[in-house]
Design a protein around this ligand. Structure first.
Ligand SMILES: *Cc1c(COP(=O)(O)O)cnc(C)c1O
Length: 443
C-alpha cells in the first residue's frame, strides 16, 4: 500500500489489490448505498466512484482526491436497440463519456491520484492514446500538487484529447512511435526518474473502474444484466469489471455474475487471437506464459502493428492481458472483434438514438450487433454496453464521415477497411439566396 510498486519484483506479473473483507464495513444489501443519494455537501457521497467507498476501501475518507467523477448516465436505449438487433427495453448504454474529462478514465484516475498521495508521489507520468493523458492532466491541474508528464505516440491522437492535455498544462512529450512503444518507454522512464505511473497496470486504477459496474447495477435498480459489453484496449476495464462482479458475488451482494463480452477492433485484435485462436485461458492462474511470449515474437516477426480508426483501442500489447483472461474465466466471458466500418456505423447509430460516443466506445454496440447475428446473445437478454468516451473527443472522424463522399472516405482511411458512410448526414451547400435555402430545407 505504501509503495508505488505495481509489478511483482520476482515474476514481473502485475499486482492486484486484495482486501481483508472481514474488516470492511459493508451494507447488507446493495440498496444500502442509496442512503448516499440524500447526502448533500459530502464530496465522497457526490462522487459516482466514492459513493461506493466501502467496496474499494484502500484509503481513509479524508485522503481521497475527488473531482466529482462518475456522475454518468445509464440509458435504456430503445432507439439504438434495433440496430443492435435487440428487442425494445433490452439494450442499455452506460455513458462514461459524461465524466469530467470526458472518458471512463476518471473513475480510475481518482483512485490512482489518491494512492499517489498516500505514497507521497511528487510527480506522475503516463503513456496514452489520449484519454489517459487527458484524465491525468485534469487531476494534476485540479490537485495542483502532483505535476504530470504524458507520453503520446506520434501517430494518431484524437484532437479533443490532445487539446485537453495541452490546455491543462502538463508536459506533453510526443514520441516517434505508436502506443505500444510509449508503453514500453514509460515504464523505463518511471523507474529511472521515480515518477508515479498512472497507466492501467496501476492496480488502483482498476479499483476505481469497478464502480462503473456498481452504477450499472444501480441503474437496473440493483439487478444484474445478462451481458456487459466493453471495448478492449489495454484491458483495464474488462479486468476491473470481472473483479467487481467476483467480489460482489463472494460478498453475497449479488446472486449471479453477468457474462462479459470484450470487443477488439479487427486491426488491434491480440486478445481475440489469444483467446479464440491460440485458446490460451486463465487456467486457474497457470497461464501459459511461454505461448503468449511466442505469440508476441510471431507478431514482431510479421511486423504487425495495431491499426484502427478507434485510436483509444489501437493497442497490440495489452498490459492487463492476464487479468483480463481471469475476468473472462470469472464471467464466462467471450471475445469478439469488429471492423472499422462497423465501428463508424455503430457510432453514427449511437448518436442518432442517444448522446453519442467516440469511435472506440462504439465497438461495444457493433459487437452486440455481431453477437446477436451469430445467436450468441438473445434478443431478449438484458445487455449493457459501456460507452467509454465522449463524442467530442474525436470530432475530425465524425465530420469526415458525414461530409466526404464514400470514395473520399475510403481514400482518407485507406488501409482501414472503411468503404463509406452508411449513415452519412451530408450538409447541403447553397448560395446566399432565399429560394435556394428554402429549397434545401424542403428537399
Ligand atoms: C482507454 C479507452 C479504452 C480502452 O480501455 P481499456 O481499459 O484499456 O481496455 C476504450 N475506449 C476509450 C474511449 C478509452 O479511452
Amino acid at each position: 500500500m505504501d509503495e508505488p510498486l505495481f509489478e511483482c519484483p520476482t515474476c514481473g506479473d502485475l499486482l492486484d489489490v486484495g482486501y481483508d473483507w472481514s474488516r470492511a464495513v459493508l451494507p447488507e444489501r446493495l440498496e444500502g448505498f442509496e442512503e448516499k443519494w440524500s447526502v448533500v455537501g459530502d464530496p465522497l457521497a457526490f462522487s459516482g466512484v466514492w459513493q461506493y467507498h466501502e467496496l474499494l476501501p484502500f484509503a481513509a475518507p479524508d485522503h481521497i482526491i475527488t473531482v466529482g467523477e462518475g456522475k454518468t448516465v445509464f440509458q435504456q436505449a430503445d432507439r439504438v436497440a434495433p440496430y443492435a438487433r435487440m428487442n425494445r427495453g433490452r439494450l442499455f448504454l452506460q455513458y462514461e463519456g459524461m465524466n469530467p474529462s470526458g472518458s471512463f478514465k476518471d473513475n480510475g484516475m481518482t483512485a490512482a491520484f489518491t494512492h499517489a498521495h498516500l505514497v507521497g508521489a511528487t510527480r506522475a507520468i503516463c503513456a496514452s492514446t489520449g484519454n489517459t493523458s487527458a484524465s491525468v492532466a485534469m487531476y494534476s491541474a485540479v490537485d495542483g500538487q502532483i505535476p504530470a508528464v504524458v507520453l503520446v505516440g506520434s501517430g494518431k491522437i484524437a484532437y479533443g484529447k490532445l487539446a485537453q492535455a495541452l490546455d491543462y498544462g502538463v508536459r506533453v512529450v510526443q514520441v516517434q512511435g505508436d502506443f505500444d512503444t510509449c508503453m514500453k518507454r514509460v515504464k523505463e522512464v518511471a523507474k529511472e526518474l521515480r515518477l508515479y505511473l498512472m497507466n492501467s497496470l496501476n492496480p488502483f486504477r482498476l479499483e476505481g473502474q469497478k464502480t462503473i459496474m456498481y452504477r450499472i447495477i444501480e441503474g437496473l435498480l440493483w439487478d444484474v444484466p445478462d451481458w456487459v459489453v466493453v471495448p478492449g484496449g489495454n484491458l483495464g476495464n474488462s479486468s476491473a469489471f470481472g473483479k467487481a462482479f467476483r467480489e460482489l458475488k463472494s460478498l453475497g451482494l449479488i446472486s449471479r455474475i453477468p457474462r462479459m463480452a470484450v470487443i477488439n477492433a479487427a486491426g488491434a485484435d491480440t486478445l481475440y487471437r489469444i483467446v479464440n485462436q491460440e485458446k490460451i485461458t486463465w487456467n486457474d492462474g497457470r497461464v501459459d506464459d511461454a505461448r503468449i511470449a511466442a505469440f508476441y515474437r510471431q507478431m514482431e516477426s510479421e511486423h504487425r502493428r495495431a491499426r484502427t480508426v478507434a485510436s483509444a483501442i489501437e493497442i497490440n500489447r495489452p498490459v492487463n492481458l492476464k487479468k483480463c483472461l481471469r475476468a473472462l474465466a470469472w464471467t464466462d466471458g467471450i471475445v469478439e472483434k469488429v471492423g472499422d466500418q462497423e465501428i463508424l456505423d455503430a457510432k453514427a447509430q449511437v448518436s442518432r438514438g442517444g448522446f453519442g460516443c467516440e469511435p472506440a466506445s462504439a465497438a461495444s454496440v457493433a459487437g452486440v450487433r455481431k453477437l446477436r447475428q451469430a445467436g450468441t446473445i438473445g434478443p431478449d437478454e438484458r445487455v449493457v454496453c459501456v460507452l467509454t468516451g465522449h463524442p467530442l473527443k474525436d470530432p475530425n472522424i465524425t465530420v469526415a464521415y458525414h461530409t466526404r463522399t464514400d470514395e473520399e472516405l475510403a481514400d482518407t482511411y485507406a488501409g482501414y477497411g472503411v468503404r463509406g458512410a452508411t449513415f452519412g448526414n451530408r450538409p447541403i451547400l447553397v448560395e446566399d439566396n432565399l429560394d435556394e435555402i428554402i429549397a434545401a430545407i424542403q428537399a
